[in-house]
Design a protein around this ligand. Sequence first.
Ligand SMILES: [Zn+2]
Length: 162
Amino acid sequence: MRCPFCKKDNDKVIDTRPSEDASVIRRRRECLACNKRFTTHERLEEMPVRVVKKSGRREPFDREKILGGVMRAVEKRSISLEEVETLVGAIEREVLDQSDREISSRDIGELVMAKLRTVDEVAYVRFASVYREYQALEEFITEIRTFNPGGGGSRAGANGNA
Ligand SMILES: [Zn+2]
């Protein structure tokens, strides 16, 4: 973070705290060049949560994926787009609250199912069946990798800095 006083990019974080609605993180910083202190406000989007898949691969959390899954699940049900948005917003907030910035795909799936269940039982069952199929597929892919480690893969060094 660039110091607003001397413009050097060399600081340490003294204090970190979320704002009331947890969408913004406030950081107190001290410039190591001029020793002045300043505060930054970072939107959570700038600190992406990563989703850890069953295979161990990580990808950035994608709100649109959850929205898509929920939309499919509530298709032809009497649930308004507004309700869907509220639901997805609540899921997103819980995901972004993860203090270690990582969440397993399994935890996300459970979270979506738990929320969906409170809104519509049919949508819940639909989502759950798609989700379980997906989990089984992930498990299958993981097994193949185990039998054939590195075979034909081109993702060199993918696990190098775990
Ligand atoms: Zn400075």
